[in-house]
Write a protein that binds this ligand. Structure first.
Ligand code: AGP
Length: 632
C-alpha cells in the first residue's frame, strides 16, 4: 500500500487490498501544517480494507470549499486529485458504502449545503431524512443527490445561517436528526476548524503536535499519532491544528482523555481483536441496531421501503427461500416465521440443488435470495432461473451493488457492515432480523389476526441489549470450550427453531475447528444418529423452546446414557435444563420465545471460535474455504 502522504498527488495510485467486498463508510479529517488533502487521502487508503463504492475529498481553496469525488475505487479519486495537486491546511474525506441512493459521483460524499460554503461527510443512517427533505424543499432547497447526507448538510447549513459557530449550528441541527450516524463538517467561513458529532457510528480523534486528525477507525491515524480520543455516543469534537475541544451533545465541555494505541496496523484493522471473527461476533448488538434503523416507526409498526406493493403481498401464495451455507440456515428461521405468523407455505432450498432441480414454482410465488456477498454463483444461477420463469424475486443482501442485489426485483440490505472473516456470524443475525421484519411487514399488510406487531418490534428493539448480555458470558463459553476441544465428534441438536439454529451452530464448529459435526432435530437421534454416541462425544443443545423442553431434556438423557456429554444453551429460568445438562450456558430471555432461538447462536458462535482458537486453527481463513464462492 502506497503511503500517499509521502508521494505527490501526481503519482498517487492506491492499490486495492484485493476484492474483499465489504462495506462501511470510511471517514477522514485533518487540520494542521501538512498538505491536508494528502493526509486525508492517505487515511482513506488505510481504511480501504473496509470496502466502499465511491470516495471524495472536501478542502479549503482560497475563500471557498472545493469538493472532488468519484464513484469506484480510490485510484479514480487519486487520478482526479492528481490532475490539480490541490493543497490545503484542512480537509475532510470519505469512502462510501451506499445505503440511500446508488454508488454514483453525485451520491458520493462530501455533500454541500445550499450556500456551498459548508461540506459534510456522514457515516450511518438518518432515519427521518425524507420528512426533513420535504420541509427543506418547501423552503426552496434544491438537491442534487438521493442521499440522506445531502439533506443533513442543507439542514445544518440552515442552522448555520441563523448565526453562531459551526458547532452551535451542528448541536441545533442534531436535535432534529433521528438515526445512527456520525457527521463531520468543514466550513469556508471557519476554515481552520473541523467539527464532528458521533451518534452510534464510531469516530476517533488523532491528537498530534500542531495537527489533529479524525477517522472512523484507528488504522487511519497510526502513521501520524498513537494518541487517540475515542468519542462516546452523543458527543462531539471541535478540532483546530492546536486544539481539541470535546463536548457533550448539548455543548458542555468534557475532559479530553486520550488513550495510547499499542497495536500495529493489522491489529488496529481488527479493532484490537485477535481475529476479525471475534470482532464481528462482538459487533452484533450494533449490527442489529443498524439493521433495524429506520425500519420501525414510533408507533411500533414496521416500515420497510423498496419492497413490493401491498396488493402483491396479498396475492403471494407461496415463498421459496434460496441460499447457501449460513444464509440457508437463516432461511430456515425465515420459513418458521412465514409459516407460523402468516400461514404462508414456505420452502427453503440449497441454491446448488434448486438450480438443477427443475423446481415446481407457483406463478404467484415469491423467491427470496439470501446472500451476504451477493455474488454466490449457485444463488445467482438460481435467481436467473426464477427470473426466466417470471417469478417475483426479492434479495436479502449485505453488499449493495452486488450481482444478486442488482438482479432481484427488490432488495433489502442487511446493513451488517464489512464481514471479513470467512465464517459468517453477524451477517447471519442480520439476515434473520431482516426476514423477521419482512414477515411482520407482510403480516401488517395482510392484517394477520391475533398478531400484535408492536409486541414483536418492541422485543426486536430490545434484542441488541440481550445479545450484549449473551456476549458477557464469554468466560463461561471459554471454560466449556477448554473442556470439549478434543472431542472426536460434536452433535448440534434442538427442536423447532432451535433445530434451525443448531444447523448454523454446527457449520460454525466444523468450518472453524475442523471437528466433525452431526446436526439434526433432537427427535431424530433415535432414528440413526444415536449410533454415533459414545464416550467423548459432545452434544450441544439449543434449548429455548418451552413447549418441547421436556422432550429435549429426554434427548439429553439419551446422550448421557451412552456416555455422551451434554452442553445446553438455554434461556430456561426454571433450572430444569441446568439440572439435566453437564454444562449449561445461560442467556437472559426475550419475552418473545422465537428471539431466544436467535439469541442462542451467539454462544454457539463463541464456542466454535474458542474451540478453534484453542486448537490453533487459522480462524479468519479456514482451510479450503473462501469468503464468497463465486464459482460453482
Ligand atoms: C458460512 O460461515 C460460510 N462463509 C458460507 O457457508 C457462506 O455462508 C455461504 O458461502 C453463502 O455465502 P453468501 O451468503 O455470501 O451467499
Amino acid at each position: 500500500m502506497l503511503n500517499a502522504h509521502l508521494v505527490p498527488p501526481s503519482k498517487w495510485v492506491a492499490r486495492s487490498q484485493g476484492s474483499i467486498i465489504c462495506l462501511v463508510c470510511g471517514i477522514a479529517g485533518y487540520v494542521g501544517e501538512r498538505n491536508a488533502v494528502d493526509v486525508v487521502f492517505d487515511e482513506l487508503v488505510k481504511l480501504e480494507y473496509r470496502g466502499y463504492d465511491s470516495a471524495g475529498v472536501a478542502f479549503i481553496e482560497g475563500t471557498g470549499i472545493k469538493v472532488l469525488k468519484k464513484a469506484g475505487r480510490l485510484s479514480e479519486l487519486g487520478k482526479l486529485l492528481g490532475e490539480t495537486s490541490p493543497t490545503s491546511r484542512s480537509a475532510i474525506a470519505h469512502s462510501r458504502w451506499a445505503t440511500h441512493g446508488g454508488p454514483t459521483d453525485v451520491n458520493a460524499h462530501p455533500h454541500l449545503d445550499a450556500s456551498g460554503n459548508l461540506s459534510l461527510i456522514h457515516n450511518g443512517i438518518i432515519e427521518n431524512y425524507l420528512d426533513l427533505k420535504d420541509g427543506l424543499l418547501q423552503r426552496g432547497h434544491k438537491f442534487l443527490s438521493q442521499t440522506d447526507t445531502e439533506v443533513a448538510a442543507h439542514l445544518i447549513g440552515e442552522e448555520y445561517e441563523k448565526g453562531g459557530t459551526l458547532e452551535e449550528a451542528l448541536i441545533r441541527a442534531a436535535k432534529q436528526l433521528r438515526g445512527a450516524y456520525s457527521l463531520v463538517l468543514l466550513s469556508a467561513i471557519e476554515p481552520e476548524k473541523i467539527v464532528a458529532y458521533r451518534k452510534t457510528s464510531p469516530l476517533v480523534v488523532g491528537i498530534g503536535k500542531g495537527e489533529n486528525l479524525l477517522a472512523s477507525d484507528v488504522p487511519a491515524l497510526l502513521p501520524y499519532t498513537r494518541e487517540v480520543l475515542v468519542l462516546e455516543d452523543d458527543t462531539m469534537v471541535v478540532l483546530t491544528k492546536d486544539s481539541v475541544r470535546y463536548l457533550s451533545g448539548d455543548g458542555r465541555e468534557l475532559p479530553v482523555r486520550p488513550i495510547y494505541i499499542e497495536w500495529d496496523v493489522a491489529r488496529a484493522e481488527r479493532g484490537g481483536y485477535e481475529h476479525f471473527m471475534r470482532k464481528e461476533i462482538h459487533e452484533q448488538p450494533d449490527v442489529v441496531r443498524q439493521c433495524l434503523a429506520g425500519r420501525i416507526d414510533e408507533s411500533g409498526q414496521v416500515r420497510l421501503s423498496g419492497v413490493f406493493s401491498d396488493n402483491v403481498w396479498n396475492e403471494i401464495d407461496r415463498v421459496n427461500i434460496i441460499a447457501c451455507g449460513t444464509a440457508y440456515h437463516a432461511g430456515l428461521l425465515g420459513k418458521h416465521l412465514f409459516e407460523k405468523l402468516l400461514r404462508l407455505p414456505t420452502d427453503v432450498y440449497f441454491s446448488s440443488e434448486f438450480r438443477y432441480g427443475d423446481p415446481v414454482l407457483s406463478p404467484k410465488s415469491l423467491a427470496i435470495f439470501v446472500s451476504q456477498s451477493g455474488e454466490t454463483a449457485d444463488t445467482l444461477a438460481a435467481l436467473k432461473l426464477c427470473k426466466a420463469r417470471r417469478i417475483r424475486t426479492l434479495g436479502i443482501v449485505n453488499v449493495v451493488g452486488s450481482s444478486i442485489a442488482r438482479e432481484c426485483d427488490r432488495t433489502l440490505l442487511t446493513q451488517a457492515g464489512p464481514e471479513i472473516s470467512v465464517a459468517s456470524t453477524k451477517a447471519y443475525t442480520a439476515q434473520v432480523i431482516l426476514l423477521t421484519l419482512l414477515a411482520l411487514h407482510i403480516a401488517q399488510v395482510q392484517e394477520a389476526p391475533g398478531l400484535r406487531i408492536a409486541d414483536w418490534t418492541e422485543e426486536l428493539l430490545a434484542l441488541p441489549n440481550l445479545i450484549q448480555e449473551a456476549l458477557a458470558h464469554e468466560d463461561q463459553v471459554i471454560q466449556v470450550a477448554e473442556l470439549i476441544k478434543d472431542m472426536p465428534l460434536c452433535f448440534f441438536l434442538g427442536r423447532g427453531p432451535d433445530a434451525s439454529v443448531a444447523y448454523e451452530g454446527a457449520l460454525k464448529m466444523k468450518e472453524l475447528s475442523y471437528i466433525p459435526t452431526e446436526e439434526s432435530p433432537a427427535g431424530e437421534m433415535k432414528h440413526g444418529p444415536l449410533a454415533l454416541v459414545q464416550s467423548g462425544v459432545v452434544a450441544v443443545f439449543g434449548a429455548t423452546e418451552m413447549a418441547t423442553l421436556d422432550k429435549v431434556v429426554s434427548n439429553m438423557k439419551e446422550i448421557q446414557a451412552r456416555e455422551g456429554t451434554v452442553v445446553a444453551i438455554t434461556s430456561d429460568e426454571t433450572g430444569t435444563v441446568r439440572k439435566a445438562a453437564d454444562h449449561t450456558i445461560t442467556m437472559m430471555p426475550s419475552r418473545l420465545e422465537f428471539l431466544n432461538s436467535v439469541l442462542s447462536i451467539i454462544p454457539m458462535q463463541m464456542l466454535s471460535y474458542h474451540v478453534a482458537r484453542l486448537l490453533g486453527r487459522d480462524i479468519d481463513h479456514p482451510r479450503n474455504l473462501a469468503k464468497s464462492v463465486t464459482v460453482e
